[in-house]
Design a protein around this ligand. Sequence first.
Ligand code: SF4
Length: 201
Amino acid sequence: MLSKNVYAYQIGDSIYLNITNKCTNKCVFCIRQAKEGIAGYDLWLDKEPDLNELLLAVGDVSQYREVVFCGYGEPLIRADLVIETSRVLKKLGASVRIDTNGQADLIHGRDIASELAGSVDAVSISLNAPDALQYVSLCQPQMGEEAYGAMLKFAASCKKHIPKVTLSVVRLPGVDIKKCREIAVNLGAEFIIREYLDVFT
Ligand code: SF4
């Protein structure tokens, strides 16, 4: 059954945090264009949560293997809330992951990964293309080609500050998976391939 303003939802033994519907991309494969929600949850928000509302929605973190900042939207558009919440969750013993489009530094004009250091365990960054041209065509970033380089720079910064960094790519015709994997390897990041229609960050 669908309910409004779902700030946290459980899938398996992880809890996913839904803090904004805004995104700086408009990916052609975004699940938001094809489905109403995830696992029966309507993830469109009337109101974005503040720290207290988010912590209330999470509840007892010890019940979960991982807390994941995820979609429906780009969580690091609300970087300050992610930083603040992660610090609290880490003190409570949580393992914290962020799924992101990697444009946080470009959006905010500062080194966000350094502010996540010590409270975030893992970051998964959507690479999605081996070059800026294809990235623009698939992800349609508001900030144009600059977004691709900024995303790679953010990934490199994450490698300095966050224990586990993964680059992901959606399996689509025409996307050179081998080249994408090489980019991840050269950055020292892990690499995963995601299936189409299973993607929203
Ligand atoms: S897939 Fe992720 S980055 Fe792309 S538009 Fe959807 S929420 Fe934004």
